[in-house]
Design a protein around this ligand. Structure first.
Ligand SMILES: [Zn+2]
Length: 498
């Protein structure tokens, strides 16, 4: 019975987060514990469902290492992480007839700015040139030339906000089985576009990016392509190959892969101007919010923890307080010292503490508050969409004046309402909620708020991309260089064994 080796390694970093990630940021599971993914909305779960359904293949689960988004991984952290991953794969590589690798694509480590490329190169070395290897990536990843030279095919998320984790894993698994059966000979066409994009037009259900993704899905469904997608990179991961790119995989038909990839790129490029964040100044947003019945949300995409920011921004809360905004405000701030002070004092106590700037004090000078401790928690929650666990560490709800602040000890994804709910706060009970994610699923906020203000605030993941100071990615790059030009060119990848 053919054996399929599985590995999983995911993190997304912001190069503009001053705090490095460490090995301890990663939740690592080994061997059969990977099978616990069954039933979750993850790539591993989606792939397992396909392999399980087939009946005549055996799965070799090796290792899954996942970390929340954060700063660049330290050299020591990367050495330990990569060592453990390659050791786990090496222990079973001899048995593998095929490999499925689930990755994000926007990792970065001190001394290794293409961690996924390194891992895939080493895995390829272990399994030899002829063993099929299929990869899945987040559309915010950076797929490098080195990665493409190791793989036989790849599948990409088709949704943003992301909901198709399991589906992407399932598509990868089906492609891998077709390779294993000798049915297909994939050829991948890559077209790189020198543009970084952001903003509401990237929401696939409603934005112009979604129209292009639906073209990718169409050519997958009508069998023009084995897989197709458009990666936009994480614009905050400043690495040499950061870009937007079209990737089309066809069965033995290089010309079609090339033509489809070039066509999609030609449609994407002119829309780069629309695909930029449209931000409103904080004082202006506050002035408008005062005149509205509400509720409203203030989107703080500059401190988006799921894109790699620290989560300790107090910029919006500080400005609302200074402006005397009268409505009930709900916000989240990562501040382990404030959470510890609340836990030491107990529920009902009044504490004097500072809030914000715990990790990035240069951007966010701490603000002093005298607050009542309303609730204490262990910070455990589950993401609404994926069902995977979040561990924000000791957490507290602090209240002062018209402000309710959920204080977390650790930086975790805040792209849904999980940590508001798990700390007893319902955004619907407030006039203004701060959301530290560029977008959320529509039903979570946009469906019921009067307005979603996209705030221009400081942060490691600001949509004002030219303000960040990229130093490593290829230049010229739009929008840092508004006149950057695009030379349409497809590069083809095909493995001789495939
Ligand atoms: Zn993503």
């Amino acid at each position: 019975m053919p054996k399929i080796l599985m590995l999983d390694c995911k993190q997304e970093i912001s190069s503009f987060n001053p705090l490095p990630s460490e090995y301890s940021n990663f939740h690592v599971i080994r061997g059969d514990r990977m099978l616990d993914h069954r039933g979750l909305n993850t790539e591993v779960a989606g792939a397992l469902a396909i392999f399980d359904g087939r009946g005549d293949v055996e799965v070799i689960p090796t290792i899954a290492a996942r970390a929340g988004s954060a700063g660049l991984l330290s050299a020591a952290g990367w050495a330990k992480l990569s060592g453990e991953i390659l050791e786990a794969v090496a222990a079973r590589a001899d048995e593998a007839d095929a490999v499925y690798a689930s990755m994000h694509g926007a990792m970065g480590a001190e001394g290794e700015l293409d961690p996924e490329g390194f891992l895939l190169t080493e895995v390829r070395r272990m399994i030899g040139p002829d063993t099929p290897l299929v990869l899945s990536l987040d559309l915010h990843g950076i797929c490098t030339d080195r990665m493409l030279r190791q793989i036989d095919g790849l599948t990409l998320y088709h949704t943003y906000p992301h909901v198709d984790f399991a589906d992407t894993g399932a598509r990868a698994a089906r492609l891998l089985l077709r390779l294993l059966d000798g049915e297909v000979r994939p050829v991948i066409a890559r077209v790189v576009m020198p543009a970084l994009v952001r903003g509401d037009e990237l929401v696939t259900a409603t934005g112009c990016y979604g129209d292009l993704i639906r073209e990718c899905q169409r050519i997958e469904r009508d069998d023009t392509a084995l897989a197709a997608g458009i990666m936009i990179g994480n614009p905050f991961t400043d690495v040499p190959e950061l870009c937007s790119q079209v990737l089309v995989t066809c069965d033995g038909d290089a010309e079609t892969a090339r033509a489809e990839a070039l066509r999609l790129a030609a449609e994407f490029w002119p829309q780069r101007h629309r695909m930029q964040g449209k931000l409103i100044a904080l004082d202006r947003a506050i002035a408008q919010a005062r005149t509205m019945r509400g509720p409203v949300i203030f989107t703080d995409a500059a401190d988006a923890t799921s894109s790699g920011a620290t989560g300790d921004s107090n910029a919006i809360v500080k400005a609302l307080r200074a402006a005397g905004y009268p409505g009930r405000v709900l916000a989240q701030i990562v501040d382990p010292a404030a959470a510890a002070a609340a836990h030491a004092a107990g529920v009902g106590a009044t504490i004097r503490t500072t809030l914000g700037g715990a990790m990035d004090p240069a951007r966010y000078p701490p603000m002093e508050v005298e607050a009542q401790v309303r609730l204490l928690s262990d910070g455990q929650a589950r993401l609404e969409t994926m069902g995977t666990p979040l561990d924000a560490g000791p957490s507290a709800v602090l209240a002062f004046a018209n402000f309710t602040i959920v204080v977390l000890s650790r930086t975790v994804s805040l792209f849904d309402r999980a940590l508001y709910y798990s700390n007893g706060c319902n955004p619907r009970d407030f006039d203004l909620t701060v959301v530290k994610s560029p977008h959320t699923e529509f039903h979570m906020y946009d469906a019921w708020v009067e307005k979603n203000f996209n705030i221009d605030a400081p942060g490691a993941t600001s949509a004002d991309l030219p303000s960040l100071g990229h130093t490593i990615c290829a230049r010229p790059m739009f929008p840092m260089e508004p006149d950057a030009t695009f030379t349409p060119e497809a590069v083809l990848y095909a493995r001789s064994g495939g």
